[in-house]
Design a protein around this ligand. Sequence first.
Ligand code: NDP
Length: 276
Amino acid sequence: MLETMQDTVTLANGAEMPILGVGTYRADEGGEVEQAVRWALELGYRSVDTASVYGNETGVGRAIRDSEVARDELFVTTKVWNDDQGYDQTLQAFDASLDRLQMEHVDLYLIHWPVKGKVRDTWRALEKLHEDGRARAIGVSNFLQSHLDELLETCEVPPMVNQIEFHPRLQQRELQSFCETHRIRVEAWSPLMQGKVFELPELQKIGEKYGKSAGQVTLRWQLQRGVVTIPKSVKHDHLRANSQIFDFALTDEEMRAINDLDQNARIGPDPATVGF
Ligand code: NDP
């Protein structure tokens, strides 16, 4: 279903994950992130993406605690940063994240980047957190197929999500189909190309037909591709606009036209060469 912003997809372990969430990278700890998350929840968002490295888990937690929305109606994601990887370190990092969030559990805990030589031990820690019910679902981020191959060979519980850079200029088609085959849900980071999608005339043109912006067209395209999306904004009108993507549907032809915009062009680091 792609009818409301509270619609969910079912992950491989049965957990329900909202198809739309709000990102918080570069939303400053304290007032800025708190206000953004508060607005997002008021507007009907039910999923919030943070990470220990964003330095804003405390504000995210506070906004959630102060809101009228019950914790069990929300889906909160955080991530273990590269310096904290390894079995014991990850368990400690998770405790520290929960402490900052002031929560008993998160809905999704991700390995932020594949750190060479650490993935297996880090993943064992995530499996333990999942088994204990403190992370309702577990997954990875920035994993290429080679990283997933290695993990899938040794894991007991396969990752349920792979959060990757995904937008019209970087579509990672083979990786998406590999993930689908293994029941790993793809989640898009930088879904709006950090604001650059608004400049693409092909998207503007498609949007004209529906009275939508290039950004709204892009988010809708992600959902119709089966990809969970988490656009970031700290502005009320942008948060609202990013949620107004459920009153139109792109045609097959429009989907193909957007698929054709792929240039395999990244904004962020390439997991193949980043060298963590
Ligand atoms: P996005 O593609 O979501 O773009 C965010 C930028 O677009 C901001 O500058 C925002 O500005 C602007 N923007 C948002 N909505 C609108 C709008 N309607 N009109 C005009 N401008 C708009 O980039 P992010 O890199 O933030 O990615 C989204 C989220 O993904 C992150 O916040 C984070 O949670 C996650 N992420 C994960 C990574 C990983 O390695 N796993 C890496 C990067 C991101 P403003 O706030 O002023 O509206």
